[in-house]
Write a protein that binds this ligand. Sequence first.
Ligand SMILES: [Zn+2]
Length: 233
Amino acid sequence: MSGPAVVFREIHRLRRFAHELQEQIDRQPRQQKAQQAKVARQEEIYRQAQDTVKHLKVEIHGKEGTLKSTHGQIAKYERQLNEAGAKKEYDALQHEISDAKTKCQRLEEEIFAGMTEIEEKTARLPELDQAVKQAKEDYAKFESGMTERLAGFRAQLAETQAQLQAQEAELPVKLRGQYERFVAAQGHDALATVHGQTCAACYTEITAQQYNELQQELFVLCKSCGRILYLPA
Ligand SMILES: [Zn+2]
């Protein structure tokens, strides 16, 4: 029968591997949610861009209406100007016409700026639509592989756990109670190898007596971090 160092080494390796596999398994649904969120986010960006274009169009349409009616107003003032008798009336109409012309100019500028913005935003729409399609494609790809990945991880985990049980059965009976208490509390992180004369987990130096005990294959705990220590191969 092999000594505890060999067994602990193997147990530690298997526990770490099982832990990694479990993390991979747990990560799948989180990644799935993240992919779903990405699709929703891209759809929202696309929808907002479409809405902006729609609103701009409505706004411009309104301004074009105002522009047309203001031109009509100017024509009316100009007709009245020809018929104006008093200078006061004439001046007032000139003033109205000047104001209306300023308003038309401002509207024309705003309409032009709005149309430029529509053009720019419309040009970006296919790109945003493509981003939605890409996100959906990524999600579909992820999801179709997920079932297979999970099955693979679970099979590996089951195999690793079986190997772990076999190794644990190799532990000397007198060490088993302590070992079980420690792994119940700390899981895969309950063990640490010794590098030179130092605990590989917390870098605390072990005593000469601890080192001797390890060589005698006794149950030794790191005095600093409390992990089960074992000598490397
Ligand atoms: Zn330690």
